[in-house]
Ligand binder design. Structure first.
Ligand SMILES: [Zn+2]
Length: 856
């Protein structure tokens, strides 16, 4: 055996050096086709390559072709390697360091003459980033990526070779490898059953499911961080194409340009570049006989939260394609009566100038999706090669305009000490650095300055300023166009960080220097002592409390009327290290204050519905981030009752009553069912079990729409939702028509800081609101105590802080969060989104307080 293995090794060495010699002469020899390598026909009905198969194919491709290299972008949440293929001519790949440098210089051309910019644009290559499969059920692009990469690796066509010579393609076959694995496993498991191609009863990203494409300005998830780092610190691609899929029954593909509204601060050259690519995609699709192509549809040019559009404010061209879906890899058949419009850009499914050749209906399969995507990917490469110099110069032009149109003295000033939560302020600065923003710091390292006159200056103003949603009407008397997603992303307001935009004296600016690395407040114990104290107004204190409880330490809370409560930690071997880790400075005190209460570890449960709730995933993420121990509870366990045996507090994340109680909603088709083990909700018996849980002393916390479970006769609480609409209302339309609409905006809310849930918080906060919820309490019966923890201002014009609020007068004086006690049991209902997408750091503490309230 031994001799044989030595022989094998020798043979491999000979073969591989031979292969290497061959490659240099004939780069495209022996490159395996995806179908040949994987042993099944890629793109065939009911066949899918999973992430590891895709990765293994790309490894083989990179080994066989000198036009393909692989780069590891980092690990995923579940520990998988996330990779990217770099595809170009061997000559370009050999010089990639030089092309990266040119890309970086053009993105920040300060100090270059226009002749220098011209010569860099002449020398440079356009770097085209193509990302696939961020939404894992939108799986066509991940399969297409293998075929397209094979084409690029093997083509001898002179036109294609010219394109490759002009450009470097960065191809990410999946932005969410964990999700791709989950979706292929689920699909294969139910192949051949009536559940084939159906939805999963869990999120297709460990934490955030579909919201992995809502994370691109906050960068909370590891996958987002990995790609962000590659884009804004390493490769500086000029163009980003992100490939998605949409529903079954509308147009076959959406191509650029976007729909209205348009963001004010984005340089119009971004849209002009995007339109060049969209025009070429449309032409190539039509030429190939592909119908159902639409532009100016659904996806607006306003929101900065998705992959390619965060870059618009950083002078990057970025587009999206959305191809109609099949049932994963199972074909569908669409009859003409099922074809529908109904969204912005296509109200009825009719021929229009942005939709000149409607698809007539018929069968639709994975192969169709991939064929459309092969054409648009190819057109993308064609565009960036044909307009190489223009696009490269355009980036420098936009960056120069961003610098020159701003006043060099105007900066965002963020003091680190004068903050309620200095660690969160430091986190905001760290986030700006991750985004590639230039941040300056004064000589004593206490004041950060973010100049608006910098290449990413418009991004800075967009993210640190407030939003006013533009009122664009498609017709004189119609409602205004709906935003695609939320309408506010003002980071300082969401995070509860003081930041001011003002003119800084030139001498102050000159004495500051560029901040290289994130800088965190110094934590630790100021001296030795028996007890240590810290005022309860920093999020990280909860992480410290959880860490100390996990280490067997004690945690006390000392509260006094109208004063900020204090956390008290008895001396402990791990206290100093943890205080340092969480950047908190603890001050010694000789004793425990009178009346201090011990916070016991909370046995926390987090309800996990089968009709997936993105908010459940985000809540889980946040609890993990801050070290809260919890257990996910599924329907069966709730229905079984006796919840007090296992839990002190239970959280119901944002979900509709229908989803929680009946397990309905969110499905592809209204008739669709989950496999029996995932069917239904908590049911009537589950609602009863939750009521019993509270009656026996448990604490129930509901987030946003989950409060509906508690409103009504089951719980008989003195509260209703004043904005409740008839069941079935809502859903996406083109314009805002209802008399109340707050599409994810920041609203002013006042807090009763003497209530344990709002203790340590400021009296006034910016609450993230995205649902029509306004609590109206009433006089309770003697066994119930009700507290309005948070309420809206008396005057409607004081309500909106950032974003959009139509019908704000309906919120006047209404409650935004309420709490009830009945016996030893407690209920907290938040109408707004306390931890929305892990972005609203300014209100996390309300949730943390509510959890700890549950253990008192
Ligand atoms: Zn998508």
């Amino acid at each position: 055996m031994k001799r044989r293995s030595i022989l094998t090794v020798a043979l491999i060495l000979v073969v591989s050096s031979f292969a290497h010699a061959q490659e240099n002469q004939k780069p495209t020899n022996h490159v395996p086709k995806p179908s040949e390598f994987l042993g099944f026909e890629v793109g065939a009905d009911r066949k899918l390559a999973d992430y590891r198969q895709i990765a293994s194919y790309f490894k083989a491709l990179a080994a066989a072709s000198n036009r393909v290299e692989l780069e590891i972008l980092g690990k995923t949440t579940l520990g998988e390697d996330m990779f990217m293929a770099v595809i170009s001519t061997p000559e370009n790949l050999a010089n990639k360091a030089r092309y990266k440098e040119i890309a970086r210089k053009l993105s920040d051309p300060r100090g270059l003459t226009s002749q220098q910019i011209d010569s860099l644009a002449a020398e440079g290559k356009t770097i085209l980033l193509i990302t696939c499969n961020i939404h894992s059920t939108e799986i066509g692009s991940s399969q297409m990526a293998m075929e397209w990469a094979y084409q690029l690796a093997t083509t001898q066509d002179s036109e294609y070779l010219r394109r490759l010579n002009d450009s470097i393609v960065l191809l990410v076959p999946s932005l969410n490898p964990d999700g791709e694995t989950m979706v292929t496993e689920w699909y294969r498991k139910y192949l051949g059953t009536k559940y084939e191609g159906g939805e999963m009863p869990y999120l297709y990203h460990h934490y955030v499911g579909h919201d992995d494409n809502r994370d691109w300005f906050m960068l909370s998830q590891i996958e987002t961080k990995n790609v962000n780092h590659m884009v804004y610190h390493d490769w500086f691609p000029q163009f980003w194409l992100d490939e998605h899929q949409m529903g079954f029954t509308g147009p076959r593909i959406y191509i650029p340009p976007n729909a209205d509204p348009v963001a004010k601060l984005v340089n119009p050259l971004v849209h002009r570049g995007n339109n060049l690519m969209g025009a070429d995609m449309g032409w190539r699709l039509e030429e190939a006989g592909k119908s159902g192509v639409i532009y100016g549809y659904s996806f607006d040019a306003y929101w900065p939260g998705g992959t390619r559009n965060t870059g618009w404010w950083k002078n990057m061209y970025g587009v999206l394609t959305e191809v109609a879906s099949a049932r994963i890899a199972s074909p569908i058949d669409v009859t003409p009566d099922e074809l529908q419009g109904g969204t912005k850009g296509l109200i009825t499914y009719e021929q229009q100038i942005n939709f000149p050749n409607p698809w007539p209906g018929g069968s639709w399969r994975l192969r169709d999706i991939m064929d459309y995507e092969l054409i648009t990917s190819s057109a993308a490469l064609e565009t960036v090669s044909k307009f190489r110099q223009e696009l490269l110069r355009g980036v420098a032009t936009m960056a120069t305009e961003a610098v020159q149109s701003a006043d060099p003295q105007i900066c965002w000033r963020i003091p680190i000490e004068d903050q309620r939560d200095p660690v969160t302020a430091a986190r905001l600065i760290a986030l700006l650095l991750e985004h590639g923003v230039e941040v300056r710091v004064n000589s004593d390292a206490k004041i950060f300055l973010v100049p608006t006159a910098q290449p990413y200056g418009r991004f800075v103003d967009e993210m640190l300023g407030i939003q006013r949603y533009p009122e664009v009407r498609p017709a004189p008397n119609s409602g205004i166009l709906e935003p695609y997603d939320v309408a506010a992303w003002s980071l300082p307001l969401m995070m509860g960080v003081k930041a001011e935009r003002l003119a800084i004296r030139p001498d102050q600016l000159n004495s500051s220097h560029i901040l290289k690395d994130a800088q965190w407040p110094v934590g630790g114990l100021t001296s030795s002592g028996k007890y240590f104290t810290i005022a309860a107004h920093e999020n990280n204190i909860f992480a410290l409390a959880n860490a100390m409880q996990a280490a067997g330490g004690q945690v006390f809370l000392s509260e006094k009327h109208n004063e900020t409560p204090e956390f008290i930690f008895p001396a402990h071997a791990q206290l100093a290290a943890n205080a340092e880790k969480f950047h908190l400075q603890l001050v010694p005190r000789p004793d425990l204050p009178q009346g201090a209460t011990q916070l016991k570890p909370v046995r926390l449960g987090l309800y996990k519905p089968y009709v997936t709730s993105l908010d459940e995933g985000w809540t889980r993420f946040l609890l993990d981030q801050y070290g809260f121990k919890y257990k996910s509870i599924e329907n069966k366990e709730i229905r079984a009752g006796n919840l007090n045996n296992s839990y002190d507090a239970i959280i119901l994340s944002d979900s509709s009553r229908e989803a929680i109680v009946e397990g309905k909603g969110n499905r592809f088709a209204s008739s669709e069912e989950f496999p029996p083990e995932y069917t239904g909700g908590i049911g009537k018996e589950g609602v009863k079990a939750l009521r019993e849980f509270v009656d026996k002393g448990g604490t129930l916390i509901t987030l946003a729409n989950a409060s509906d479970v508690l409103i009504g006769e089951d719980f008989n609480l003195p509260v209703r939702n004043a904005l409740a609409s008839p069941a079935g209302a809502g859903g996406r339309s083109a314009t805002i028509t209802s008399d109340f609409n707050v599409p994810g905006s920041l609203l002013r809310v006042y807090l009763d800081t003497n209530h344990p849930v709002a203790a340590g918080m400021p009296h006034e906060i910016n609450a993230f609101v995205d649902s029509p919820i306004a609590f109206q309490t009433s006089i309770p019966t003697p066994d119930i105590q009700r507290s309005v923890i948070a309420w809206y201002p008396d005057d409607a014009k004081d309500i909106l802080v950032s974003g959009y609020a139509h019908g704000a007068e309906r919120l006047q004086r209404k409650a935004a969060a309420v709490a009830f006690t009945r016996g030893k049991g407690k209920i907290v209902m938040f109408g707004f989104r306390v931890q929305h997408r892990a972005q609203t750091e300014g209100t996390f503490q309300l949730l943390f307080n509510a959890i700890f309230w549950g253990a008192r």
